[in-house]
Ligand binder design. Structure first.
Ligand code: NAG
Ligand code: NAG
Length: 735
């Protein structure tokens, strides 16, 4: 066309209003400095009463201020991305690289096979040349039920993929699709829809029946030779490598119902032996990287969790717009999509959508060199995952064909490749260290992403309006807290590890990104200041001792200003991210709960581990299914306690201490003191205590008012009442 201008495949825009935000942040910073000044200036002298309490408050406020400073890295320099997929098609439609998709599952009960194959089918049906697409399922449970489900899915795919392409179906997870159309009947495709839905329901019945009785019908065993691999299987932690190429995209006979090629589909359960550490998901990913390199060797790898179906069939092309851009593509190692969830209620009782992280904070990281790798919904270059360093000289080349030159038959190949997934294969190699995902950290993804960025690569955060991947959010408080315990513990371990963003990354990534990483790595350490602030001022209220400036004092202003503007800002940010006011309130509650339970345990465990007191922390998978009653409460946004957990004891005790303190204050008011004096000297303290009581409302309900199975267990109620009362009593009478 004679247009020589470079037309990029993607565009990056600065967020609007950045300057305004910086002014605002500056004013908060001044407020924080004034608060510090107040504490230092009014520090009781040695020997005077209350010196230690005061020092504690100063420490907590120093911490909050410092942490607030870190969070500015997420807000200071945000960018937004846009892709031009039409340009990609124009220029590269015939030269698109091979894409290998890894789906990881680990437990057929927590992650039911139907959910897994819906995810698999959704990515198999991507709008992408099928001969360049390969899907690998890693099953760390080595479950023949999952294998059975996948073999059923490989048959169903022959109908499903052409159906999707014919009617341009979205989303391409059958379950999500059938759910979405149940009320809007489109007559044009009604007949074919009825047929495909029947096929799906029949398949679902077969799979769920097998899961219910826990074994497979005899004839199924005979139908697929792959099942013979379970003959030597003794348990999920002790079995040979099981590898089956269910659909070989290279096989000319592998065709769908319309005669079109199918994507390759592979099942892998790597070898497990009790005496070998299996390194959880990182180990599974590394086995997949090796096995896939001999089957399809796609240059781009997408990995998704098994509960995270693809909600947009062109997301692969979005990702390629970044990698294949002629000017900037060569420096991009991975493209991270946000983690979104399909099962979110309106006001998000558990704040599981992590709205602010995905709508605000990651855009900020992107402005400083790229987001974290969060382990799902992420496209990588294969060679950077395998440890290639960034170099300006290397050309950004993509091989067209996914070459398997050797004309090997699938099953001969399978036997040869099994060795790649054996336990002993990684001995004396760099796998888990310089190659592949790193081992030894509960958040293997974050540390792997960080080390890739430290080698000079950039990453990209792409957050389109229509979400590309939808997962399943936790639906109980316990699940939420356990999940956050693992994350915060893992992140904290990264801070203390040799790959620490605080020192290892120094000079390797930008300062803003370093701070951004530290912000997450220090999640756990928030627990101390939060605990202090949510207990001590209330207890002093009970004693009638003021810890904050009086209303009439000019020092009152910075406290009020910082508190109000921070709350107002976080509310605005939450609403801007698409939340509701009640959702924001719930989010504040979950922040408090995480800080006083998950983070506290994570902090203690990590410190114990660092001191060598504790063995490896277990990797707890968060459940993806719950029973119907629990689901009903989730739908009604009623907080689920039910289980007995030390975290609940901590939460309930803190909530009760505040309730007792507030009650004590009211008693004092009723008996003697004038409200005016309390108002004058202790307004801030009273407000803090009242806020804590208000935010803990669902907890009091769970303790005292509810009768259903989701209420707080009696044992915890008794324990926390005794604890809270003894703390308050001791404190009142102890001088
Ligand atoms: C998922 O995709 C559908 C279209 O298939 C779209 O209507 C919906 O908004 C998407 N969901 C989200 C959360 O973006
Ligand atoms: C609130 C909500 O959407 N709940 C749904 C979550 O998903 C399960 C099935 O997986 C439904 O039964 C719930 O209604």
């Amino acid at each position: 066309m004679g247009d020589d201008r470079y037309r990029p495949l993607f565009e990056t825009k600065r967020a609007k209003g950045t300057a305004l935000y910086r002014v605002f942040a500056g004013s908060i910073f001044i407020g924080i400095c004034l608060i510090w000044a107040f504490r230092v200036k009014h520090l009781p002298r040695e020997g005077e009463d209350g010196r230690w309490v005061w020092i504690g408050l100063l420490a907590a406020e120093l911490w909050f201020g410092f942490y607030w400073f870190l969070t500015q890295a997420h807000r200071w320099n945000q960018v937004y991305r846009r892709t031009f997929k039409d340009r990609l098609s124009q220029r590269y439609e015939n030269e698109l690289p091979g894409v290998d998709i890894f789906v990881c599952t680990a437990d057929p009960v927590i992650e039911p096979p139907m959910m897994v194959i819906n995810t698999v089918l959704s990515v198999m049906a991507y709008d992408y040349p099928p001969e360049k697409l390969s899907v690998y399922l890693s099953d760390d449970a080595g479950s023949h039920l999952t294998f059975y489900a996948l073999s059923e899915a490989s048959q169903f795919a022959k109908h499903w993929i052409p159906f999707c392409k014919k009617f341009n179906v979205e989303p391409r997870s059958p379950a999500a699709f059938f759910d979405s159309i149940s009320n809007s009947q489109d007559s044009k495709q009604a007949k074919e829809l009825a047929i495909i839905k029947k096929l799906y329901e029949d398949m679902k019945d077969r799979i769920e029946n097998a899961a219910k009785i826990g074994r497979l019908p005899e004839e199924v065993h005979l139908r697929h030779k792959g099942f013979s691999q379970w003959d030597s299987y003794s348990s999920r932690n002790d079995h040979n490598t099981i590898l089956q190429i269910l659909i070989d995209g290279k096989d000319p006979n592998a065709k769908d119902m319309e005669g079109c090629a199918l994507p390759t589909l592979v099942y892998l359960a790597r070898e497990k032996r009790p005496k070998y550490p299996h390194n959880f998901k990182a180990g599974a990913m590394n086995a997949l990287i090796r096995v896939s390199s001999e089957i399809s060797n796609g240059q781009i790898i997408l990995n998704v969790d098994c509960d995270m179906y693809a909600n947009n069939s062109v997301a692969v092309r979005d990702a390629l717009c970044f990698f294949m851009d002629e000017k900037k593509g060569h420096e991009i190692a991975y493209v991270q999509f946000p983690q979104n969830f399909g099962n979110i209620t309106k006001n998000e009782l558990y704040s599981s959508s992590m709205r602010v992280i995905s709508q605000v904070e990651f855009h900020g990281l992107d402005g400083y060199g790229g987001p974290l790798y969060v382990g799902t919904g992420c496209f990588h270059r294969r060679d950077t995952l395998c440890g290639r360093k960034f170099s300006r000289e290397t050309k950004n080349e993509f091989r067209i064909a996914t070459d398997r030159e050797r004309e090997e038959k699938a099953h001969a190949l399978e036997d040869k490749l099994k060795v790649l997934a054996n336990c002993a294969y990684e001995e004396n190699t760099e796998w888990g260290n310089e190659m592949g995902l790193k081992y030894g950290c509960p958040v293997e993804d974050v540390i792997t992403g960080l080390s890739i960025q430290c080698q000079g690569w950039k990453s990209v955060y792409f957050n389109p309006e229509r979400k590309a991947f939808l997962g399943v959010a936790p639906t109980t408080l316990a699940q939420t807290l356990v999940q956050h315990k693992r994350w915060s513990e893992g992140d904290f371990q990264i801070l203390l590890s040799k790959y620490s963003p605080a020192w290892y990354a120094n000079g390797k990534i930008s300062l803003g990104l370093q701070l951004g990483y530290c912000c997450y790595c220090l999640w756990a350490s928030n627990c101390l200041a939060a605990l202090y602030y949510s207990i001590i001022p209330s207890l002093y209220l009970l004693r009638g001792i003021s810890l904050f400036p009086e209303c009439s004092s000019p020092w009152f202003l910075p406290f009020a200003f910082v508190a109000i503007s921070k709350l107002a800002y976080s509310l605005a940010e939450f609403l801007w991210s698409g939340g509701t006011v009640l959702g924001w309130w719930n989010d504040q509650r979950i922040w408090l709960y995480k800080r006083t339970s998950s983070y506290l345990l994570a902090f203690i465990d990590t410190i114990a581990k660092t001191l060598g007191l504790n063995s490896d922390s277990a990797f707890v998978i968060t459940t993806k299914v719950s029973d119907q009653e629990v689901y009903n409460r989730y739908g009604k946004e009623i907080m689920e306690f039910g289980a007995s957990s030390p975290m609940f004891t901590a939460l309930a005790t803190i909530a009760l201490i505040n309730l007792v303190c507030l009650a004590g204050l009211m008693k004092n008011v009723a008996m003697e003191e004038s409200i005016a004096r309390i108002y004058e000297t202790m307004l801030l303290q009273v407000v803090l205590c009242v806020m804590l009581v208000l935010i803990n409302w669902p907890l009091y309900q769970g303790l005292f008012l509810r009768k259903d199975n989701g209420k707080m267990p009696n044992s915890i109620a008794i324990k926390s009442i005794v604890l809270a009362l003894s703390v308050c009593t001791c404190f009142t009478f102890w001088t």
